[in-house]
Design a protein around this ligand. Sequence first.
Ligand SMILES: Nc1ncnc2c1ncn2[C@@H]1O[C@H](COP(=O)(O)OP(=O)(O)OP(=O)(O)O)[C@@H](O)[C@H]1O
Length: 281
Amino acid sequence: MATDPLQKKTAAAPEAVVPVDTSKDDGHPLVRFDKVVKRYGDHTVLDQLEFSVERGEHVTLIGPSGSGKTTILRLLMTLEKVSDGVIWINGEPLTHVRAPDGSLRPASEKHLRAARRRIGMVFQQFNLFPNMKVLQNITEAPVNVLGMDRDKAETRARELLDLVGLSGKVDAHPSQLSGGQQQRVAIARALAMEPEILLLDEVTSALDPELVAGVLELLSDIARNTDITMLCVTHEMNFARDVSEKVLMFDAGRVVESGSPEKIFSDPSHERTREFLNAVL
Ligand SMILES: Nc1ncnc2c1ncn2[C@@H]1O[C@H](COP(=O)(O)OP(=O)(O)OP(=O)(O)O)[C@@H](O)[C@H]1O
């Protein structure tokens, strides 16, 4: 039986049946957080969070440490469960399934596994499989999760390695690569699943400073030259400025301000955004 390498145990959380408000289904952004709440014990990390991402958009999440940015990506990757509210992908519930009476019920593990295939994530710590060579790291999920023919998966993996500038490293093990090279493999691995949306979680934070620019340049190229939708968490404000059409500033579990990078970085409206940018720029 095929297994999803990105599948992790999700924290058990009580979830209620949600009546469906179909008036909100018009227009279908690719991603919509609909009054999403995430609690860990009595700590509310996301508080009735509302935002959406359009297809093809590149959106950057900024905000103070602990404001819930990574939690948002983990919820989208279905590595965590919402405590309340619904996440919608292209007008269909990600976190729930529709019952025959039209109401929404918490999603089964099978639904989550299927949904996870549409979303790719690149993590801070690369998370490559240490015992597999580079090529197999990239082909593993397409073959075992999507059921792709191995020859086809290998051809695609070689193309992706070419794209990320690592065509000479097909037979290397992750431990033989620099951090920047490992992160390039992780990017190729995420793209191999042909996801509708690519989630980037502080992908340069674990890299030596001299390797950061190359990885950011690769991601900028991917953003410019493909139709992929991107949702990035980053402390690299120049990258956010360069790559995104929309920046969302988070604080205390909510979006306090959103707008173009020009607006947010040059003329923020909210005091919390000004304080945050003064601290990081
Ligand atoms: N598994 C967990 N159990 C309990 N609390 C958690 C868990 N994961 C995250 N948290 C808490 O949720 C809050 C938000 O964490 P999150 O990692 O989403 O923040 P962040 O904005 O990404 O922070 P940073 O910029 O430092 O990475 C933090 O207070 C964190 O301690």
